[in-house]
Design a protein around this ligand. Structure first.
Ligand code: TXA
Ligand code: MG
Length: 374
């Protein structure tokens, strides 16, 4: 019986896949799961389809989309040059959460995809549904995250529905996304340097260990996040600017992203206990003023807060498991919205490894509001 059920499910999945790929071929827009977050796909060669994606999301037209491929052979028609270090990155990380920005071959993609830039971000997602859909549609698929612009990226098909129902042609449900944060976006230079434009699932430590290349980090260097960057990174950024003042940042970093509807602030300090005391004080004050309050805290610190520190308390998972924090961050932000929370305080985590991407997204969600208590 079990075998029969699975077979039926396969047929259903195949049918959904067939319909989704046909929609894409006809210029439709379809959301699909990837290993990072759900994407909203369109035929990257079709200006009408790509414009429909921007319209459904409410996304500013100057923020380019990532192009998704299923096979390495699709790459040559899209780009004019593949530096050796990019090949190494593809060997190691594709399929996977790494987007590589390369020089665009003219007249292949709709110019809307790249917002008129002469480069294109390309990635091969590590998800069977995404890979099958791209292969079945037979075209490069432009896909931003499948959320309304400014909302947390979707890590479940139901998040896509929440944001985009009635605005898109369909959603392929592949269950929860794995990583939970968007891909790392890198630019690679002919001299072998790698510049991180957006931190993500592949960490800077990994990039430099696997390539031996100089990895320069500008991730999180947007207006809101500026104050939160550690002195080390700031030094690196200054260095970047002197080395290559032309290097564009990921255009997407200038927009406020991922924000919950309530006001989110991050409280940061060297002692978790002192941070908890400060957070508890601020939450109590807000509650007295009539706010529905929310707390995002790590499991290890929950005991510091005593009973009922906020109307809604959500765990960021364990401090020793940043993958768990990444996996649940966006769903947690959406949960605060569902519970109509209007004042949220969050702990911070160390900005190393995956923690850098986590803090990058959290700081954006907070609109840059960080309360530093030393
Ligand atoms: O994990 C992901 O990357 C997800 C899944 C669906 O693949 N996609 C995603 O797309 O996060 P989106 O559109 O939400 O973010 C794309 C980011 C933006 O910050 C954009 O500015 C940057 O990539 N980007 C795209 N093309 C670029 C280019 N040619 N140069 C610099 N940055 C680029
Ligand atoms: Mg996005």
């Amino acid at each position: 019986e079990e075998g029969e059920g699975t077979a039926k499910q396969d047929v259903a999945t195949k049918q959904a896949m067939k319909e989704a790929s046909e929609l894409l071929q006809k210029g439709g827009i379809v959301a699909f799961p990837t290993e990072t977050v759900y994407g909203l796909g369109a035929d990257a060669r079709s200006t009408a389809a790509v414009e429909a994606v921007f319209a459904a999301k409410g996304r500013p037209a100057d923020n380019p989309l990532i192009v998704h491929i299923a096979e390495r052979s699709q790459l040559e028609e899209l780009v004019t040059e593949i530096p050796a270090v990019a090949l190494t990155l593809m060997d190691v990380y594709w399929p996977g959460p790494l987007t590589i920005v390369l020089p665009l071959r003219p007249n292949v993609l709709s110019p809307r995809v790249t917002a008129g830039l002469d480069t294109v971000g390309i990635r091969m997602p590590d998800h069977p549904v995404a890979l099958a859909l791209i292969a079945a549609s037979g075209c490069p698929i432009a896909a931003p995250s499948a959320n309304r612009s400014g909302r947390p990226s979707p890590t479940l098909a139901s998040h896509v529905q929440e944001d985009l129902v009635g605005r898109i042609d369909g959603v392929l449900d592949g269950g929860p996304a794995g990583v939970g944060l968007e891909s790392t976006v890198v630019r690679v230079f002919s001299n072998g340097q790698i510049q991180v434009l957006r931190p993500g699932g592949i960490t800077i430590e990994q990039l430099s260990a696997t390539t031996g290349a100089t990895v320069i980090s500008t991730g999180g260097a947007d207006e809101e996040a500026q104050s939160a960057i550690s002195p080390g990174l700031q030094a690196v950024r200054t260095h970047v600017n002197t080395v290559d003042s032309e290097a564009p940042r990921s255009p997407g970093v200038k927009y406020t992203h991922y924000a919950p509807q309530g006001e989110l602030n991050i409280v940061r300090g060297s002692s978790a206990q002192v941070v908890a005391t400060k957070i508890k004080f601020l939450l109590d004050k807000a509650a007295h003023e009539g706010a529905v309050t929310g707390l995002l805290a790590f499991d290890e610190h929950i005991p510091f807060y005593g009973l009922n520190p906020a109307s809604v308390v959500i765990s960021l998972g364990s401090l020793v498991n940043p993958a768990e924090t990444a996996h649940k961050l966006y769903a947690s932000l959406r949960l605060f919205d569902e519970m109509a929370v209007d004042y949220i305080l969050s702990e911070a985590c160390p900005e190393e490894g995956l923690g850098e991407a986590i803090m990058n997204r959290l700081i954006k969600a907070a609109g840059g509001r960080i309360i530093d208590i030393g």
